[in-house]
Write a protein that binds this ligand. Structure first.
Ligand SMILES: *Cc1c(COP(=O)(O)O)cnc(C)c1O
Length: 365
């Protein structure tokens, strides 16, 4: 064994869902949006001339940052953009999780968190979700090096009411609390328990930012904006947190977002109506899917993302997963403790879901 072998940073990498080359796959395995992005995004790309490829992109991505800030009613100095939220979260771990105390995230959650913690050698502990897969806020009210959780959680699709999120943030003024809101746009505010008489109550932790300087909210264009292939994510937080993130970014790589992502992302963010229309379609299909899954003998936690986390009462998930794959229908299966009886199924178009349910009826006999 050569001596340098001992000095290689060994990590067990994150394994993303399969991206099949075949175009005829019904792809319900990585929570992509089945609808195209806003037509304004395509128009913005068409306006870019190939000649500008010579030039570096704007290192501040200000066109995109301004569009995001305007959409959320915050200052541009409160927005940190990155190459997908994976890049933003990795940068945030590096910037904020430098305590010797363990950071906390749920035992069942986005499996990239432990990979980054290992990569950066950040100690971590994973409080268990309760028997109904709920995050227990009290588990996050102790000394730690920081906290991160998705809301809605992945892969459960369960949403934690904003009041609970606030309790966690308020109980931890000495550390940074990151709320990964990859799926928050799919929370059904009208139908949800939190609706106030005067209209839907806020569901996003963005509404807490005015009161908590230790809060970082992380968002992505990959799911609700149909732009997973463009790789755009961002964090919103207090100006001091965003400044710290930028200092780390500029010590790493100045040109993270390319020209296409900046232009298309800014255009998509400005198209509020298209976003609402797409969201409404997904929520309608999700409601229909709930009924179909139930009729087929599945149970599942109440979904608030663009996906369901389903378990059949009799047949094993690995078996259903394989039978669906044989028929060209991809869903996600995690062979992990506590969740190996479940399948994570992305909400596709109505047509894709029809294909899925026809196949499931065959498989389940
Ligand atoms: C999809 C997802 C991300 C990453 O999204 P990108 O912006 O595509 O990198 C982050 N967190 C959770 C919980 C996700 O499901």
């Amino acid at each position: 064994m050569p001596a340098w072998e001992a000095y290689i940073r060994r990590v067990e990498p994150y394994v993303p869902g399969e991206q099949p080359k075949r175009r005829d796959i019904v792809k319900l395995n990585t929570n992509e949006n089945p609808y195209p992005p806003s037509p304004l995004a395509e128009e913005a790309l068409a306006r870019l001339s190939a000649d500008t490829m010579r030039l570096y992109p704007d290192p501040t991505a200000s066109e995109l940052v301004d569009a995001i800030a305007a959409a959320h009613g915050v200052k541009p100095s409160q927005v940190f953009p990155g190459v997908g939220s994976d890049d933003v979260i990795a940068m945030a771990f590096l910037t904020f999780f430098n305590s010797k105390k363990p950071i906390l995230f749920p035992d069942i959650s986005y499996s990239f968190y432990s990979v980054w913690a290992e990569l950066y050698r950040i100690p971590y502990e994973c409080p268990a979700l309760d028997a109904e897969f709920r995050i227990v806020p009290e588990d996050y009210m102790r000394e730690s090096g920081g906290i991160i959780f998705p809301n809605p959680n992945a892969p459960t699709s369960l949403y934690m009411p904003l009041a609970e999120v606030e309790r966690i943030v308020a109980a931890n003024p000495d550390v940074i609390v990151m709320v990964d809101e990859a799926y928050v746009d799919f929370v059904d505010a009208e139908g949800g328990a939190g609706s106030a008489p005067a209209g839907p109550a806020p569901v996003s932790a963005l509404s807490l930012l005015d009161r908590y300087e230790n809060l970082l909210v992380i968002r992505t264009f990959s799911k609700s904006r149909s732009m997973a292939g463009m790789r755009i994510g961002y964090a919103v937080g207090s100006e001091s947190l965003i400044r710290a993130l930028n200092d780390v970014k500029y010590s790493f790589n100045s040109y993270t977002l390319n020209r296409d992502a900046i232009a298309a992302g800014a255009a998509a963010m400005s198209d509020g109506q298209y976003f609402l229309d797409t969201r409404r379609k997904i929520l309608a299909t999700r409601a229909r899917a709930c009924g179909e899954f139930r009729a087929l003998g599945f149970d599942f936690p109440e979904p608030s993302g663009n996906f369901l986390f389903v378990r059949h009462k009799e047949r094993h998930a690995a078996e259903i997963f394989a039978a669906l794959k044989e028929r060209g229908i991809y869903v996600r299966y995690f062979a992990k403790p506590r969740i190996d009886e479940y399948l994570r199924v992305t909400v596709g178009t109505d047509g894709q879901m029809d294909t899925l349910f026809t196949a499931l009826r065959e498989i389940l006999g």
